[in-house]
Design a protein around this ligand. Structure first.
Ligand SMILES: [Cu+2]
Length: 396
């Protein structure tokens, strides 16, 4: 990779030097030798014709390549949305893309056609044309109206999607915690309120730094797999332990930056369970294709005496979408969407964080007595930015 970059840099450097010497020759027009040389470089009618037709060829290439791309890679788009607001985002995207496609097809054609029509001719002098108010008005007002409509529609969709009712008692509250290079989640438990947390409380099994003295934290449940109930509003609170991450759930058309020192939020309602999504024709096709590649690879591996690859099954994923360090590419977590009853059963079967912390403290090897209580933050001013815990710390 590095050698390829070095070669590219050397080639570009060569082109730059070549261009510089050409400019130098053109500036030496005074001498007879340089004059002849410079005149040979001035385009004649044949050159102008070639360039004019090349313009046509280029616009043709753009059209053909666009159609080819749609045919070849069109299936790589996100597919069926699995959240309530998903179709709204897809519609906005489709309208924007259709408009861009329509405008670019016409403007690219006009641009290249005029470059051909008004190509240079020897002895031709450019026609001086000052301005045309009517034309300028038309090509200003049309984009203004179209863009204003698009922006207003976008803002309307955005405020609808981003509206979060923090008092919603029917919603499931989940904290998504990012760190280099993994995710953890915390459920609010039956009280529907997440306990406060701060990086200074991280200790042993309390890997998310939950303040165990907060009454709201007593029923909180942590997990390394994100389970969501179908048809229920889920409100996410995002926190980061170290650097900037971005929680990306492409199937649900959801993405939110995860910023150290603050809590960001997003909410959506899943509409398709994992099992239902596995029955989606596009997903089934994709999975079949992946398994075809895998089985080929497996037979190669078996021939070499190695173990075969397991067949792939579809799962929703939470991915990190901010380059956050060396293993960023592998920072992901499985998402399981299930019916509410199954979700409740799963959550109910999990041990609360409070119980896990208590258990770990009873084992003397892990946490010697006296060191169990998390240290009080020395500088509470520095903690103020972390809104999940401020009140609790300052009160102490
Ligand atoms: Cu990350």
């Amino acid at each position: 990779m590095t050698s390829l970059l070095v070669i590219i840099v050397l080639v570009l450097l060569g082109i730059a030097i070549w261009q510089l010497t050409k400019i130098f020759h053109l500036t030496q027009i005074g001498s007879a030798y340089a004059h002849d040389k410079a005149m040979a470089q001035v385009a004649n009618d044949r050159d102008n014709n070639v360039n004019g037709y090349l313009m046509f060829a280029f616009v043709g290439f753009i059209y053909v390549f666009t159609i080819f791309s749609l045919w070849k890679w069109g299936h790589l788009v996100l597919g069926t949305p699995a959240s309530e607001h998903g179709p709204e985002i897809d519609r906005l995207m489709a309208i924007s893309m259709a408009l861009i496609f329509f405008v670019q097809t016409i403007t690219q054609f006009l641009l290249h056609y005029f470059a051909f029509k008004y190509r240079g001719k020897q002895g031709n002098v450019a026609y001086y044309y000052a301005d045309n108010d009517k034309l300028e008005f038309i090509w200003t007002i049309i984009p203004v109206i179209v863009l204003a409509g698009l922006i207003l529609y976008g803002l309307y969709a955005w405020t609808n999607i981003m509206f979060i009712d923090d008092k919603d008692e029917n919603a499931v509250y989940v904290e998504v915690y990012a760190k280099q290079f993994s995710w953890e989640v915390r459920y609010a438990g039956p009280d529907g309120a997440l306990g406060k947390a701060n990086v200074r409380y991280i200790e042993g099994v309390n890997t998310m730094g939950v303040d165990m003295s907060d009454p709201n934290a007593q029923d909180d449940v942590t997990s390394t797999e994100l389970h969501l109930p179908k048809g229920k509003k889920v409100i996410f609170k995002f926190r980061s332990q170290d650097v900037l991450h971005s929680a990306y759930m492409p199937h649900f058309r959801a993405q939110m930056n995860v910023v150290p020192g603050m809590v960001t939020e997003f909410g959506f309602t899943p509409t398709l369970t994992t099992d239902e999504m596995r029955q989606d024709p596009a997903i089934m096709k994709k999975v079949a294709h992946i398994n075809e590649i895998r089985s080929k690879k497996s037979s190669e591996l078996v021939a070499k005496g190695e173990t075969a690859l397991e067949p792939y099954t579809f799962d929703y994923l939470l991915l990190c979408n901010k380059i956050c360090g060396q293993s960023h590419y592998n920072m992901q977590m499985k998402i399981v969407v299930e019916d509410e009853a199954d979700f409740k059963k799963w959550l109910g079967g999990k041990e609360t964080l409070a119980a896990a912390v208590k258990k770990s403290k009873e084992t003397p090897a892990e946490a010697p007595a006296g060191e169990a209580a998390p240290a009080k933050p020395a500088d509470s001013a520095a903690v103020k930015t972390d809104s999940t815990m401020v009140a609790q710390v300052i009160k102490k």
